[in-house]
Write a protein that binds this ligand. Structure first.
Ligand code: PGA
Length: 244
């Protein structure tokens, strides 16, 4: 169960969140719990989760180790800050910051190289879904952003299916729609990496997940976890999701 805070919270607000969240979900063992705050809060978050089962992730990762890449943060920097996860290819990065399937693959490879678990995001836009292109989009994103990994590399990633029309809109995909998309992705995994890889890979659903709809989503056997934006900003709400 991963929380994506996007561009919200200061370090002080981060510490306050974990003071409230830790007693509610800090010793969860039924799932991995990850919070991905803004870069400027990573140190505060890592300090605040010490001694708990909560892990900290980044929302993006540079493909290079270091260099003249103004505004980017590299894998070694994230590792030094205490991160163990990195979200890659979020639709907001694709939409506003020119992220492509090719750069998603490069960032995913960088995360793996430095020992971070990438949470690789895929998902179709509203016009794709309405135009009947959901499967094609997922297949293209898989082919360009994920299929370039080796089998051992693939075994270390987490995939997040986030239909763009459901992100921050209050419009959750129905559990059936989400499950169908997860089946499409898993079929691509099976074709490329084999049956065992398809069974083993964790595919998260993201898009307006909250404490009310998490149970029906998680009741779908295809859905292995959730990537939560808005509802992860509140400690009680994200704890209810973790403890669904
Ligand atoms: P949301 O965001 O839960 O606010 O819809 C999900 C995400 O973008 O990861």
């Amino acid at each position: 169960m991963a929380g994506n805070w996007k561009m919200y919270k200061t370090p002080a607000e981060t510490i306050a969140f974990f003071e409230a969240f830790r007693p509610l979900a800090g010793s969860a063992e039924h799932c991995e719990v990850v919070i991905c705050p803004p870069f400027t809060n990573l140190t505060a978050a890592v300090g605040a989760v010490q001694g708990s089962n909560i892990r900290v992730g980044a929302q993006n990762i540079a493909w290079a180790k270091e260099g003249a890449f103004t505004g980017e943060i590299s894998g070694p920097m994230l590792v030094a800050a205490g991160c163990t996860y990195a979200i890659v290819g979020h639709s907001e990065r694709r939409q506003y910051f020119g992220e492509t399937d090719a750069t998603v693959l490069k960032r995913t490879l960088a995360a793996l190289e430095y020992g971070l678990t990438p949470i690789v995001c895929v998902g179709e836009r509203l016009e794709d879904r309405e135009g009947g292109r959901m499967e094609d989009v997922l297949k293209t994103q898989f082919a360009g952003g994920i299929a370039g990994l080796s089998e051992p590399q693939f075994a270390k990633i987490v995939i997040a299916y986030e239909p763009v029309w459901a992100i921050g809109t209050g419009r959750t995909a129905t559990p059936e729609i989400a499950a169908a998309a997860h089946r499409t992705i898993r079929a691509e995994v099976r074709a490329k990496f084999g049956h065992d890889a398809a069974e083993a890979v964790r595919i998260l659903y993201g898009g307006s997940v909250n404490a009310k709809n998490v149970q029906t989503l998680m009741a779908q056997p295809e859905i292995d976890g959730t990537l939560v934006g808005g509802a992860s900003l509140d400690a009680a709400s994200f704890a209810s999701i973790v403890n669904f």
